[in-house]
Design a protein around this ligand. Structure first.
Ligand SMILES: [Zn+2]
Length: 278
């Protein structure tokens, strides 16, 4: 789904639409429409091994990805005692404008505007999320889920969210804290409670809670230690050892049920989520 009106990401002037492109009369920029999808970002983007592996995982493309995905369904350190994202999505009012920044290939609601740097089939707009083509104060809800850590200047993304969200609009932001490096294509930062509160300080309300808890962090780090130590550069060996190391310990993750999502566990949580109101 695309919004009716798109704006120049550089100067925020309305864009004129012709068959093959969108053009800005103010700054003389033009943006191609390829296969019906406007492209505001054209790279270059250097592929990394992690990124290739993530794309393979997303599309279950290789044998390693298939084993990884199957293994992850059975043996995983990821556990969210409470599904904060579902709760956020459930509260969305009918007719609201919702955007997911860095959506990847999923579509959370039928009318959501999916923005990503990569042209996955479910992406509606290809753009750098620090410079979206959405109008100022035109969006009611923004989801940014495990994306901020991959952006070199996360404060610019949050400033952009502040620009596009209407006063009273809501943001759901999940970010890893005690979590291993994962470069899709790069992993610049992990975020503490203080970091998320600081990033969203211009908004009227920001509450940070545990999304995945301390035991998720422990089991993930312990299995990652084994996998990284024994896998060299092979994704297949990484997948194998991660699974072997997780198998005897992954059920411990259910201990996270007992951690208060707003309590001191935020100091060692695997991932935190910020629930923000402009
Ligand atoms: Zn312009």
């Amino acid at each position: 789904m695309q919004p009716k009106d798109l704006y120049c990401p550089e100067c925020h002037s309305p864009l004129a639409r012709s068959a093959g492109e969108l053009s800005c009369g103010t700054c003389a920029c033009s943006y191609p429409i390829v296969g019906g999808i406007p492209r505001f970002f054209s790279g270059p983007l250097k592929e990394t091994e992690d990124m290739t592996f993530q794309a393979d995982q997303m599309f279950n493309a290789t044998l390693t990805a298939k084993i990884y995905n199957l293994g992850k369904k059975i043996v995983s350190s990821d556990y969210q005692p409470k599904n904060h994202l579902d709760e956020f999505i459930f509260a969305i009012k009918t007719g609201a404008v919702v955007a997911e920044l860095g959506s990847g290939n999923r579509r959370l609601t039928p009318h959501i505007i999916n923005i990503d740097l990569f042209p996955f089939p479910n992406v509606d707009i290809i753009a750098d999320i620090t410079k979206t083509p959405l109008g100022s104060e035109t969006v009611d809800y923004v989801v940014i889920d495990a994306v901020l850590e991959h952006v070199p200047e996360p404060h610019k993304v949050v400033e952009e969210i502040f620009r596009i969200v209407r006063p009273g609009g809501a943001v759901y932001c999940l970010a890893p804290f005690v979590y291993p490096y994962h470069g899709y294509p790069h992993n610049y930062f992990n975020f503490s409670k203080d970091a998320l509160e600081f990033l969203f300080r211009s908004f009227s309300h920001c509450s940070v809670e545990i999304a995945r808890g301390p035991t998720s962090a422990l089991t993930n780090l312990l299995s990652e230690y084994v996998a990284v130590a024994l896998s060299g550069k092979s994704a297949m060996r990484y997948t194998f050892w991660k699974g072997i190391a997780l198998a005897p310990i992954f059920l411990l993750k259910y201990l996270d049920t007992f951690w208060d999502s707003k309590g001191p566990g935020v100091r060692i949580a695997n991932a935190l989520c910020a629930k923000v109101i402009k």
